[in-house]
Design a protein around this ligand. Structure first.
Ligand code: NAD
Length: 491
């Protein structure tokens, strides 16, 4: 199938999407002369070229956020909520269009992109509801001498950095709570997928957001631009979603000015199937936990631990489902698995599979690139994977399921915890007592017990160990943008 001429239900007029930097409510050209090319990973064609910000542009964005800060912090919470709610409604009205745009620049299948738009819009709704429920407290000091009044105030200007794998949801998961809390911000979207972010900024403007409250810069030199912003004393908050490697660098950078950090980093999720599990549910959930976004998710199941008694059946059922997926143009209506986002991702997945196979893994299905234009890799199941294979420790970030046998509960918990990451873990068992016992012992910020999906705007999303710091979503999410102020009062 020629990906370019495939059946795309919606055509996007790319001229309707801005290409500049969004500063103080206006779209501007970047000062750097060479722009950032955005490609369609389904066919490698150029979609659009967007502005490439310099350090000076980054500081202009901070200027705009600073100019808008005090008025926005004083804007009535109800008004902040109304703008977020209206933005949620517009996103929902335009969901097919937005989903197609996401598929175009990210490559994910349209069904996944539709799911992302609904999930992303829901963050605006959730934080609209949170904006009017920011509570402090008051108590009598134990000495009886005074009152202790605690009030929550916006933390200040926030720099928000997002990855390419959920270009809408990672933006709304940060912008939503920042605005609800009364912070102004600067968004730095990933260079692979800026168009979705720009479309969301246009929607916020339509919803009535004042100029300067959200600004956006895209840049080919994120290190210097972000470093300059973090070292500007007006910036008090960094919220980053991306790899652990870049997260570590940013934590060091933020330490210089003691900027408050929220970090949503990488994962290496174990997916544990006990011998009493409902295998239908386990296989169907494995397809979700592995294949949402074609495996390009921080929550993607990376290590499948399957009890030896059910390994053969699980492996053959999973291989059958993976082999039946229609691989193709992300924005086409029938595609179940789109391409990887770019060539380096494709090369990485390919190298991880070759390494595992060279070390003894058995290919149950797939195991190779698909020879056509675009960055396609065949959905793959590997059995008998040795633990010295690179994909045991590295995030695969592609459509590859690696299976490891286990014998008992104690052993599988130790092996599941044998990772520097601790984002999410999946557990399948019919015995709820065991499910809860294992869930409590797994070192992860989130557990999916007999489910293949944890993401929910109403739940605290985040990891332990080197998967991150802080939580997004739920009532925890807004606290990441608020500072407690204690007032000792005599009255
Ligand atoms: P990445 O770390 O390469 O990039 C993330 C963002 O950081 C991008 O906007 C990028 O331009 C920017 N960036 C890169 N270098 C920078 C620097 N020196 N200074 C400042 N910014 C810099 O990650 P990616 O490849 O875009 O995304 C995939 C990673 O994101 C995976 O590791 C995945 O697990 C993680 N992720 C985590 C979550 C979560 O919630 N925990 C969600 C989605 C993705």
């Amino acid at each position: 199938m020629d990906a370019k001429s495939s059946d795309r239900p919606i055509r996007i007029d790319l001229d309707s999407i801005p290409s500049g930097l969004f500063i103080n409510g206006k779209w501007r050209d970047g000062a750097a002369s060479d722009g950032i090319d955005v490609f369609d990973p389904s066919n490698e064609s150029l979609l659009k070229t967007v502005a490439n910000a310099t350090v000076e542009d980054g500081i202009k964005a901070v200027d705009a956020a600073a100019a808008a800060a005090s008025a926005w912090a004083c804007t009535a919470p109800r008004r902040r909520a109304e703008i977020l709610l209206r933005a949620c409604e517009i996103m929902t009205e335009r969901s097919e269009w937005l989903a197609t745009l996401i598929s175009l620049e990210n490559g994910k299948a349209l069904a996944d992109a539709r799911g992302e738009v609904a999930y992303a819009a829901e963050y605006f709704r959730w934080f609209a509801e949170e904006a009017v429920r920011i509570r402090g407290d008051i108590s009598v000091a134990p000495s009886g001498n005074n009152r202790i009044v605690v009030q929550y105030q916006p933390m200040g200007i926030a720099v928000l950095i997002t990855p390419w794998n959920f270009p809408a949801a990672m933006a709304t998961r940060k912008i939503g709570p920042a605005l609800a809390a009364g912070c102004t911000c600067i968004l730095k979207p990933a260079t692979e997928t800026p168009l979705t972010a720009f479309a969301i900024l246009k929607i916020l403007t339509e919803a009535g957001l004042p100029a300067g409250v959200v600004n956006a810069v895209t840049t080919k030199q994120p290190g210097p631009v972000v470093s300059a912003m973090l070292n500007d004393p007006r910036v008090r908050k960094l919220s980053f979603t991306g790899s652990t490697e870049v997260g570590r660098r940013l934590l060091a950078e933020a330490a210089k000015s003691v900027v408050h950090c929220s970090m949503e980093l990488g994962g290496n999720a174990p997916f544990i199937v006990f011998d009493d599990a409902d295998l239908d549910a386990a296989v169907n959930s494995a397809m979700i936990a592995k294949m949402r976004n074609g495996g390009e998710a921080c929550t993607a199941a990376n290590r499948f631990y399957v009890h030896t008694k059910v390994m053969d059946e699980f492996a053959s059922r999973l291989a059958e489902k993976m082999g039946a997926l229609e691989v193709g143009d992300g924005a086409a209506s029938t595609t179940a698995c789109g391409p990887l986002v770019n060539k380096s991702s494709l090369d990485k997945v390919s190298a991880l599979v070759s390494d595992a196979v060279a070390k003894g893994a058995e290919i149950k299905v797939g195991g190779s690139r698909i020879q056509r234009k675009g960055y396609f890799y065949a959905p793959t199941v590997l059995a008998s994977v040795p633990e010295d294979a690179d994909l045991y420790r590295d995030e695969i970030f592609g459509p590859v399921a690696a299976l490891y046998p286990f014998e008992n509960e104690h052993e599988v918990i130790a092996r599941a915890n044998d990772s520097e990451y601790g984002l999410v873990a999946y557990v399948f068992t019919h015995d709820l007592a065991r499910g809860m016992r294992v869930s409590e012992r797994l070192e992860a910020g989130m557990i999916a017990l007999n489910r293949g999906l944890v993401s929910d705007p109403a739940a605290p999303f985040g990891g332990v160990k080197q998967s991150g710091l802080g939580r997004e979503g739920s009532h925890h999410g807004i606290l990441e943008y608020l500072e407690a102020k204690y007032i000792a009062v005599n009255w």
